[in-house]
Design a protein around this ligand. Structure first.
Ligand SMILES: [Mg+2]
Length: 279
């Protein structure tokens, strides 16, 4: 059986406050040794994903911009499928363009007077300060293709109207750890996970139907719900408040650890300990 790990980054594999991941490194190495695909499924941008893939030495496909697009290294799968070439990757685009999303936010700001500040309205220095990133990291975070992150500086009760406005314009909205995120309606983490899972099944399924590929998904917040719904074994790590996202799914595992520590727990429980004894 081929196990596939879909993982959120911010607040899950990476600590939400300082983006540290040291706790996860031994388990990451063990996964790589076992050839378990580690699929980032994140709000992060293409360039941010590339940065972390390089850092961790991961060469598997990845899902950017909250499901806006799936990047698959060329020749990763042994068969051909429909996609758009971009550098070393074959890209399946699901999301709306950055320009369309920026225009929608601008229109909503004008219609409602809401305090909405997108990454595109901020300098790299401002994003760096707000997100606790270096300026270099902030530049990568601003480099969006299929979504826009924004701050909604209004009382919580106005959130429902904001969501209505975004949906009325034909887009979707999620609220991750720190920011709100607007993206195309056809695009969410879950849809991207399903498409990629089907490709893995084509590669490893050998016509057996289900059972050849087992998907595990791990996340921490609302923008992970569609991903957790799309995998066989969903798991949550604890957030900074020491609690879990309020979510009930039949099979849901709730890790005791926060962020990367919870991530390790999930990997050990569902992947590593079942394939090797020690690492
Ligand atoms: Mg997260």
């Amino acid at each position: 059986m081929k196990k596939i790990l879909f993982t959120d980054l911010d607040g899950t594999l990476l600590d939400l406050a300082d983006y540290s991941y040291d706790a996860a490194l031994p388990a990451l190495e063990a996964l790589k040794k076992e050839n378990i695909p580690i699929i980032f499924c994140t709000a992060k941008t293409f360039v941010e994903n590339e940065y972390y893939r390089k850092k961790f030495g991961i060469e598997d496909p990845f899902i950017v911009d909250n499901g806006g697009a799936i990047f698959i290294p060329r020749n990763y799968f042994s068969f051909r499928f429909e996609c758009k070439g971009r550098g070393d990757y074959c890209v399946i685009e699901l999301g709306a363009s950055y320009g369309e999303l920026r225009a929608a936010l601008k229109a909503i700001r004008e219609e409602t007077g809401f305090e909405i500040t997108g990454f595109g309205d901020m300098t790299a220095e401002e994003v760096a300060k707000d997100a606790n990133l270096s300026v270099e990291e902030a530049e990568r975070a601003k480099n969006k293709d299929y979504n826009e992150s924004f701050i909604f500086d209004e009382p919580e009760e106005k959130e429902a109207l904001l969501f209505d406005k975004i949906r009325a314009k034909g887009f979707e909205v999620t609220h991750g750890g720190r920011y709100y995120n607007i993206h195309g309606k056809g695009a969410d983490k879950g849809k991207a996970v399903r498409i990629l899972t089907a490709l893995f099944e084509q590669e490893y399924g050998e016509g057996e139907g289900e059972g050849e590929v087992k998907t595990i998904g791990v996340g921490d917040s609302r923008n992970d719900i569609s991903m957790l719904n799309a995998v066989e074994q969903p798991a949550l790590v604890k957030n900074k408040k020491g609690t879990w996202l309020d979510l009930s799914l039949p099979n849901l595992y709730k890790a005791k650890g926060e962020g990367p520590e919870g991530w390790v727990e999930v990997v050990e429980k569902f992947i590593i300990n079942q394939s090797i004894n020690k690492y």
